[in-house]
Design a protein around this ligand. Structure first.
Ligand code: MLT
Length: 228
């Protein structure tokens, strides 16, 4: 029976990995690609992004949740409209999300998961019929409730598609989602990062990021680039 686990980086080999930073990096990536962006290139530092930029690309991301000086887009998924991103490459740097992606690089397949594409991500990953690992970006290296809840949703959907052995972390995430799926927003409002985003006026982003299954794309991260 394949397993769904929360494990260390060096144990990712041969596993299907789903990376989650639901508030907001992976919600942004899913939105951008669903709206026709050509690719998203995640980089760790602002300087890396500025160096890579040519006329063809858009720069997106955040520091402290806000748009970076000289960038075209912030880290609000609502800015990544079809009009803005169709056919464009987007170079992206965020505080936690792009770091989580770099951590995932040992995985056999690396998919981008969010609440907005949860069912599709679960389907794509379980079609591989392999052990699965979910990387939650967290916030500044700490556990975060928002990613945990999103992981729970994906696990909930994965279990509908087959038998998996869950470790206790995965089981706890599953139960968090199962017991709160009628009102994800109330649950997520307990998360520190969620409170912070609301304090800087970004409540609409929270609502969007926790709207279930409005996107049916599952971006894949491979060789430093995220594409469909
Ligand atoms: C991150 O990558 O740290 C987050 O996406 C932060 C944010 O909400 O903008």
């Amino acid at each position: 029976i394949p397993s769904v686990e929360h494990i260390k980086e060096e144990e990712l080999k041969d596993k299907v990995v789903i990376v989650i930073d639901v508030l907001r990096a992976t919600s942004v990536i899913v939105t951008a690609l669903a709206n026709g962006a050509k690719e998203v290139i995640p980089v760790l530092e602002i300087e890396d992004a500025l160096e890579l930029k040519s006329d063809m690309e858009l720069l997106g991301g955040e520091r402290k949740g806000l748009k970076i000086d000289g960038f075209d887009l912030s880290n609000s998924p609502l800015e990544y409209t079809r009009e803005m991103v169709e056919g464009r490459s987007i170079i992206m740097t965020t505080t936690n999300g792009t770091r989580a992606l770099h951590k995932a690089k040992e995985g056999d397949k690396i998919y981008i998961g969010a609440v907005i594409n949860g069912v599709s991500a679960a389907k794509k990953a379980s079609d591989e019929k392999k052990d699965m690992a979910i990387i939650c970006a967290g916030t500044y290296g700490k556990f975060s409730l928002d990613d945990f809840l999103c992981a729970g949703k994906i696990i909930y959907e994965v279990l509908k598609r087959g038998e998996y052995e869950l470790d206790d972390f995965a089981a706890a995430a599953y139960m968090a989602y199962r017991d709160n799926k009628h009102d994800l927003i109330s649950y997520v409002k307990m998360a520190k990062h969620c409170k912070y985003l609301i304090s800087i006026g970004l409540e609409e982003d929270i609502k969007y990021c926790f709207t279930e299954d409005i996107a049916d794309v599952v971006p894949e991260y491979r060789d430093g680039v995220i594409k469909l």
